[in-house]
Design a protein around this ligand. Structure first.
Ligand SMILES: [Cu+2]
Length: 91
C-alpha cells in the first residue's frame, strides 16, 4: 500500500504545473534580437508565455500546465538564433 502511494506521488508531482524558466542570454542588444527570440519560443508547443527583457537580458518562459522545456532545448533555440545562454534558472 505504501509503495503505491509513493509511486503515484512520484508520477504526479514533477509535471503537474506550469514551469517558470528564467534564461539569461548573452548577445541580445536591440529590440530586433528580443523579438526574434520571442518569436522562436512562441512557436514551441510547450510554451504558454514568453517575455524578453532587453535591459536585464533575461528571457522568461512559462510552460503550459504539465509541460516542460528541457535546458538542452532552450540552449538549442537560443544558440540557433545566434545568441549564448549564460544561465538557466527554474522555479
Ligand atoms: Cu539586435
Amino acid at each position: 500500500m505504501k509503495k503505491i502511494i509513493m509511486l503515484s506521488l512520484c508520477l504526479l508531482s514533477p509535471t503537474l504545473y506550469a514551469k517558470e524558466i528564467t534564461v539569461k542570454v548573452n548577445g541580445m542588444v536591440c529590440s530586433m534580437c528580443a523579438q526574434g527570440i520571442q518569436k522562436k519560443f512562441s512557436k514551441i508547443s510547450e510554451v504558454k508565455d514568453i517575455k524578453v527583457d532587453l535591459d536585464t537580458k533575461v528571457v522568461s518562459i512559462v510552460t503550459k500546465d504539465d509541460k516542460d522545456l528541457k535546458d538542452s532545448k532552450i540552449k538549442e533555440i537560443i544558440t540557433e538564433a545566434g545568441y549564448n545562454v549564460a544561465t538557466i534558472e527554474r522555479k
